[in-house]
Design a binder for this molecule. Sequence first.
Ligand SMILES: Cc1ncc(COP(=O)(O)O)c(C=O)c1O
Length: 333
Amino acid sequence: MLFYSDNTAPVHPKVMEAIRAADAVDFAYDADALSQALDARFSEWFEREVAVIWMSTGTAANALALSLYCPPYGGILTHDNAHVVVDECGAVELQTGGARLLGCPASGGTLNPSALRTRIDSLGKGVHHTRPFAVSLTNATEYGRVYTRAQLEDIGTLCRTEGLALHVDGARFANALAHQNCAPAELSWRAGVDVLSLGFTKNGAMNAEAVILFDPARADEARRRRKRAGHLLSKGRYIAAQLHAMLEDDLWLANARKANAAAAALVPAVGDRLLHPVEANELFLSLSADEMAHLRAQGFGFHELESGVARFVTSWHQEVADVAPLASALAAL
Ligand SMILES: Cc1ncc(COP(=O)(O)O)c(C=O)c1O
């Protein structure tokens, strides 16, 4: 049973159906009817006008989003273990033309105004030094924590005071919304977010992500940058179809609730091994090498993030009953 990542889950049947339904002769690139309808569909979802740039990977979405807000000589404040820092092979640096990522320590991957303020104050202000232009945070975080609207608002206020743009890596945005039980607007523009990388691949899509621009005037630049980066797919309608399918009848929410519930169901089995509160669909556990080997021998797959720390990720494809064998195995350690 695989708990490596929510990407191990298959494509949701309703997404497959939508891909099949889109499988017809239509215009190329994003001139098809499904792509053309995205701005209106997501403007309704976010309760304000947005521009939607479909993407096929979260890495490309983050790099494109940040390249719109940070020049080559600028810096992007983020946390030390952010996906953009450790898992994207320098994509943000490439697409911004050389901007620096300025990491801050952040427990649970959760930034706060005081950590950001300390990092800003540590930077020299002269022409020799990197000037920050943006903050990038991840919600849900790389450690499965979820920012509240109030936490985001505090960071949004700091960003406005400092003239910084606020970007959210929302590879698990749906899991965050499901945990907070709130509308998409609450964890985005109403809290001061300028641009969102919205991920659906982990939550049931095949390969569908989007950059959501809360300032639609940036759309033309974003579309040209996407093309120049080689990410304007000629058959983009298959991505657009997935994005529509994820919003239809709130599939995104049903899927995220399932993934979160499966993670929550494991918590009673793990006792004080738990390293971070479980708020989305990830568990981080303190396990010895022998314990990890014992679990692997029983067929459970998971990542060892660092020595003694194991990560388990649940997905939309797992019911609470499906994760019961792992709960028993953990409880028996
Ligand atoms: C926090 C976070 N951001 C972004 C991504 C997107 O990555 P990819 O480029 O593999 O779609 C991931 C995927 O693991 C992630 O966990």
